[in-house]
Design a binder for this molecule. Structure first.
Ligand code: ADP
Length: 458
């Protein structure tokens, strides 16, 4: 069932129950007070007659009361103490007779009059009685009657109004529910449509900006998801294109040199030379595949990290010792500064990969007679490790992208330096997997400084 119909249906049921019950109670109260008012009016009319009789009990007064009542929609019957009729505004009928025959002795003491018949449904009259006592001691009763039919007529007119009002409210309610449920479900329907398209691989959805409530937030989230997926797909395509490009170049070399190396008329020296090139290019592909494999593992969260408490000075010094010969042979000075010992919780194997990568880059992009420094600084609640070189530096516009996969500043130099633009993205993934932060500061032609911030251990 459609959500708008479902929502509309439940709205309708709830509001209908509320409307029906309030109409029911309202109607009951109105009828009740209407009948009460009629009875009170009848009683006070009877009381005023009895008051007049008490003041002047004579034929003229009785006649006057009789005439007065015969001109109205109420009837009066005046009886003496034993129930003998003294006068009446109308010839008595059966139901009046039945009421008169009731024992009225108990009402003698009531000065205010009493309602003796209030049933609207089974009787022809509602009725009250007001006793009177004349100056010379005569006791009697003034009975007042009003036809229930008249009151029923008023009630049925009232019912008509109630029915009309209910139908009108019902109609307005249906109208409101129709538009309200449509307005509420419209953004949901467009979100459903958007997710359906996304599930089929179409991420170019554009959801309208709606309200700032929960539905609006949901719509924003779906839009962000679509944008992210779109971006990821684009990135994946670019990445695949980049990888195939990276593979194509060494493979072309391998193919070309294999062709030449197969020739019969080739000297052993040349053949060895070509085979060496083929070997280097195979190594190149091997390295690329290793880095790609590492990245793939990180993406799948298959990347195991076994942290341990490491003395950072000793750890970095061992890396310094490992890299020093390479720096020396290029004529680049490698310096190590660690003033105070500190401990960090890291995976030493992964972090060795991080620093070998950073130092390898420093070496790659440094000229002879420059200085590269490894420095460990103890901050208040963190350990900062800096790898600072005086190399070629990175152009400011490239800095935001150097941690992106396959991003290289100088694409043409890649074959000389042997980089694929994957090293720093791996470095970043490892550092972040340790909840660390990596940042870079660089100035073209003057040097680069990578800073890794790790949480220190006491
Ligand atoms: P690559 O394997 O190509 O070096 P990286 O991901 O390690 O890839 O680095 C990305 C790019 O960042 C490099 O192509 C290089 O241009 C730049 N870069 C990284 N480290 C340095 C550095 N120390 N000095 C100058 N440029 C650097």
């Amino acid at each position: 069932m459609k959500i708008s119909i479902k929502l509309g249906f439940w709205f309708f049921i709830c509001i209908f129950i509320i409307e029906a019950s309030s109409m029911f109670f309202l109607h009951r109260n109105v009828v009740h007070s209407l009948v009460n008012e009629e009875l009170e009016a009848l009683k006070s009319r009877g009381n005023s007659h009895s008051d007049v009789i008490e003041i002047s009990y004579d034929e003229a007064t009785l006649q006057h009361i009789k005439i007065m009542e015969s001109q109205t929609d109420t009837e009066v019957v005046i009886t003496d103490y034993v129930g003998k009729i003294i006068t009446s505004s109308k010839t008595l009928d059966k139901s009046m007779d039945k009421i008169l025959k009731r024992n009225m002795a108990e009402h003698i003491l009531s000065n205010n009059g009493v309602i003796i018949q209030s049933d609207l449904h089974d009787e022809q009259y509602i009725s009250t009685v007001s006793p009177f006592k004349t100056e010379n001691g005569d006791i009697g009763f003034v009975y007042m009657f009003k036809s229930t039919e008249q009151i029923q007529n008023v009630i049925s007119r009232l019912n008509e109004h109630f029915i009309l009002a209910s139908v009108l409210i019902l109609f307005l309610m249906l109208f409101t529910i129709f538009f309200l449920s449509r307005a509420l479900t419209k953004p949901l329907i467009s979100m459903k449509e958007a997710t359906r398209r996304m599930s089929k691989g179409d991420f170019s959805v554009s959801l309208p900006k709606t309200s700032s409530d929960e539905i609006g937030e949901l719509s924003d989230s779906i839009q962000t998801l679509a944008n992210d997926l779109n971006y990821l797909r684009k990135e994946r395509n670019e990445f695949l294109a980049g990888i195939s490009h990276e593979l194509r170049t060494p493979l072309t070399y391998i193919k070309g040199y294999t062709d030449i190396a197969r020739r019969n008329n080739l000297s052993e020296k040349d053949r060895l030379n070509y085979l060496n090139i083929i070997y280097e290019e195979s190594n190149h592909i091997d390295n690329l595949l290793k880095e790609l494999f590492d990245l793939a593992k990180m993406d799948q969260n298959n990347f195991s990290i076994s942290k341990e408490k490491v003395n950072i000075c000793l750890f970095m010094h061992s890396i310094f010792r490992k890299m020093e010969p390479a720096f020396e042979s290029k004529g680049v000075k490698l310096e190590f500064i660690c003033k105070k010992n500190a401990y960090v919780n890291i995976d030493p194997i992964r972090f060795e990969q991080v620093f070998l990568n950073l130092l390898d880059n420093a070496l790659k992009y440094s000229d002879t007679n420059t200085l590269t420094t490894i420095e460990i600084k103890n901050e208040e609640d963190s350990i900062n490790i800096l790898v600072k070189d005086q190399g070629s530096g990175i152009p400011t516009e490239d800095i935001p992208y150097i941690f992106d996969r396959l991003y290289r500043v100088d694409k043409s130099r890649s074959r000389l330096t042997g980089g694929f633009g994957l090293g720093l993205s791996i470095v970043k993934e490892i550092v972040e997997a340790h909840c660390g932060i990596i940042s870079v500061e660089s100035q073209l032609n003057s040097g680069t400084c990578f800073k890794i911030i790790l949480k220190g251990l006491d």
